[in-house]
Structures are given as C-alpha cells and as structure tokens.
Design a protein around this ligand. Structure first.
Ligand code: HEC
Length: 139
C-alpha cells in the first residue's frame, strides 16, 4: 500500500475539520441564544429595576465598579452585592458617601425612590445565572 500524504488528503482533512467545527460553533451559538433569556430573566425585570439600571448607567457606576466582571476594577463587584450586603446596607452606604479613606465613592443625590430602584436592579442582577461566578461572595 502506498503511504503518501497527498494534497487531496490534506484538503479533505481541512474541509472536513472546518465543516465539523463550523457545525459545533453553530450549535453552541444557537444554544447560547436559547440560554441567555432563561439565565438573565430579562423579561422579569420590573419597571423599578429598569429605572435603577438607567440610574446606574447614567451615573457611570461601572466607571469604578464591575457588574459581573464588566466595568472598571477600582471598586467592588456589584453583581453579587445584593447577596453580600443586602438592600438596607446598599441604600445606607450610597446615602452615607463619601466615607472611607484612600478609595472613596462620590456622593450621589439620590432620592429614596432612586435608591429603591437601584436596589431593585441590583437584586435583579444578583439573580442572573452566572454559573456561580464570581466564585466567592467578595466578588
Ligand atoms: C469614583 C468611583 C466610584 C463610583 C463612580 C461609584 N462607586 Fe461605589 N464604591 C466605590 C469604592 C472605592 C467603594 C469601596 C469603598 C471601600 O471599600 O471603602 C464603593 C463601594 C460601593 C458599594 C458597597 C460594596 C460593598 O461590597 O461593600 C456599593 C453598593 C456601591 N459602591 C454602589 C455604587 C453605585 C450604585 C454607584 C453608581 C450610582 C457607584 N457605587 C459609583 C467607588 C465608586
């Protein structure tokens, strides 16, 4: 039997491999599109949480913080802050700023309703199924 690796064989391996991985890629993409709405439960976002998201976006909280890893690494992760600290701490903390020493958070003039809405958004974020990320409660 002849043991030569021909151009045709190389081409077939390339085309077969490319087709195989393209199929895997497409299956995973479709799976992601199906999983995301279930995991982020966006359809269950209350009007309060929507407003809280707007307030956090327009005040650039992720200019210092991260939400599920997205944002800046100056201040603590907020994706799980609701679980870590609870609603009362979050509201009291934001109202009390600026406190702390070297790394400070600015004061925002939020009303009590604003703080309720921000907390509702942080609660919604804390319920996103992130496959247990971040791995510890400190974020
Ligand atoms: C200029 C940077 C900066 C901005 C902007 C900022 N923060 Fe902070 N924030 C901090 C820092 C720094 C800390 C941690 C301070 C410390 O640990 O002493 C903090 C802590 C927090 C905590 C407590 C976290 C914990 O685990 O104890 C919450 C909640 C919080 N910020 C919410 C917000 C929200 C909501 C916004 C936007 C409205 C915001 N922050 C904007 C810097 C910022």
């Amino acid at each position: 039997m002849q043991q030569t690796f021909t151009k045709a064989m190389a081409r077939n391996i390339f085309l077969g491999g490319a087709a195989f991985f393209l199929i895997i890629y497409l299956v995973l993409t479709v799976d992601s599109w199906r999983q995301i709405p279930i995991r982020d439960h966006a359809s269950q976002m209350s009007p309060a949480a929507e407003r809280g998201k707007y307030l956090m976006d327009s005040n650039n909280c992720i200019g210092c913080h991260t939400i599920n890893g997205e944002g800046a690494y100056y201040a603590p992760e907020l994706g799980n802050v609701y679980t870590r600290r609870g609603p009362d701490f979050i509201k009291a903390w934001i109202k009390a700023q600026p406190i702390g020493g070297y790394r400070q958070m600015p004061h925002f003039n939020f009303s009590d309703k604003d703080l309720d809405d921000i907390t509702a958004y942080l609660q919604w974020v804390s319920r996103i199924n992130t496959n247990h990320w971040p791995p510890n409660i400190q974020g």
